[in-house]
Design a protein around this ligand. Structure first.
Ligand code: V1P
Ligand code: CA
Ligand code: ZN
Length: 380
């Protein structure tokens, strides 16, 4: 079961509270927190609980969340509930961007505080050196803004974790492989050179959230410290891995981050309910393995991912990678909800057979060159 390779075996902590998986955005909503429960079952039945430090996380406090979010928005989140919507001041639902993407559901505030508390706990373990790698699959909600929710995200746990890391770390690198642009994190650190943000995502100007073109590179002190890798439908394993490595390698070497946050959104997999890429679980995991190989302290968070059986497969596989444990492909026999993993009952179903790759070699080469030019500015 254990793989002793060239890579180092770090001390890994896993931050989770089973309550976070019990919330529901609504029946027709694609975000399903129960995917976290599926993931936790798989992680544990594969024996990974035995090799990591497990922490049951607490909820973030209002004060902690105010490090990024506006007071009136946090007050709104803490008071709003499905049964008191008619008692709200007029216009507050519009003001706070409440709607189909970000509905008001039962327990919304506790849910948001739980996933944010887990990222804050994880950042604290990295700061005090008790972990070299910290994992929070319930986090990664990269779209939330200072004063409003966006794209299923209410509190931006990533921004909060980075703000905490910045108290001790001179340079933080944020890497986002969710299908969507990591706009909330990019915007929060757009004018600083102490956080470098890079996001790989589907981009055509319309696809949610609409931002993330090549020309968004940061401004003032932050100029050249934001990087965007806009992609078309159907990108395949080899194109993605090659592009990812050829950008991240020189980026880490020149920026010399002292800590890395990787957002591991699972909607970049093939067969995702909201997705349009053609990645297999091994390819997504290869990106995580590559980032780990630099041996820099690392916080891994979840994010999107709308086909729950594949989300849980992916994050379990990646928990294995982060612990240097190679997992057998057969899904363990005695796992609750095992029927979700049929008919193949494998950790690695074929996911690359749906879309045509609309990223030509020429297109990808051009993107790579433009990104490398931006990275060259870091050396001064
Ligand atoms: O496209 C939109 C908005 C709604 N239109 C007015 C434009 N929203 C997307 C939001 C995607 C959020 C992704 C979050 C993450 O990056 C991080 C957790 O993965 C959207 C989509 C879509 N296909 O892009 N919302 C919905 N689908 C949706 C579908 C059914 C019910 C509620 C929302
Ligand atoms: Ca992304
Ligand atoms: Zn996404």
């Amino acid at each position: 079961l254990f793989e002793f390779g060239a890579s180092y075996t770090p001390r890994v902590s896993y931050h989770y509270n089973s309550r976070v998986s019990q919330y529901h955005y609504g029946v027709r909503h694609p975000m399903k927190p129960f995917r976290l429960m599926l993931t936790d079952h798989l992680v544990s039945r594969y024996g990974l609980h035995k090799v990591m430090d497990l922490y049951e996380t607490r909820a973030a406090t209002k004060e902690e969340v105010l490090a990024f979010h506006a007071q009136d928005y946090v007050d709104f989140l803490s008071h709003v509930a499905p049964e008191n919507l008619n008692k709200l001041p007029r216009g507050s639902l519009e003001k706070f961007n409440i709607g189909d993407d970000c509905p008001i559901f039962q327990g919304l505030f506790e849910y948001s505080m739980l996933y944010a508390g887990a990222s804050l706990d994880a950042s604290r373990k990295l700061i005090n050196g008790q972990s070299e790698i910290a994992i929070n699959w319930s986090g990664g909600l990269h779209h939330a803004k200072k004063s409003n929710p966006s794209g299923f995200c209410y509190v931006n746990d990533i921004v909060l974790a980075i703000l905490n890391l910045l108290r001790y770390h001179p340079r933080v690198l944020y890497i986002d492989i969710d299908l969507h642009h990591g706009d909330g994190v990019q915007e929060a650190f757009y004018t600083t050179d102490r956080v470098f943000t890079v996001s790989f995502h589907k981009y055509n100007g319309e696809f949610f959230p609409g931002t993330g073109d090549l020309d968004e590179i940061g401004c003032s002190r932050g100029k050249h410290f934001s990087l965007n890798v806009p992609l078309n439908d159907g990108i395949d394993d080899d194109s993605y891995i090659n592009l990812f490595k050829s950008i991240i390698d020189p980026l880490v070497t020149s920026y010399k981050p002292t800590v890395i946050i990787q957002q591991c959104g699972a909607d970049s997999l093939g067969h995702d309910r909201l997705g349009c890429f053609n990645l297999n679980i091994r390819a997504h995991g290869e990106c995580v393995k590559f980032v780990k190989s630099f041996g820099i302290p690392m916080l891994c968070v979840g994010g999107g991912g709308y086909t729950p059986r594949n989300v849980s497969r992916l994050w379990t596989y990646e928990t294995g990678i982060l612990n240097d444990v190679l997992l057998p492909s057969d899904i363990p026999e005695d796992i609750p909800f095992r029927e979700w993993f049929g008919p193949d009952y494998s950790l690695h179903p074929v996911l690359d057979d749906l879309y045509e790759n609309k990223n030509s070699k020429k297109y990808l080469e051009n993107i790579r060159i433009r990104c490398l030019e931006n990275i060259k500015y870091l050396q001064g």
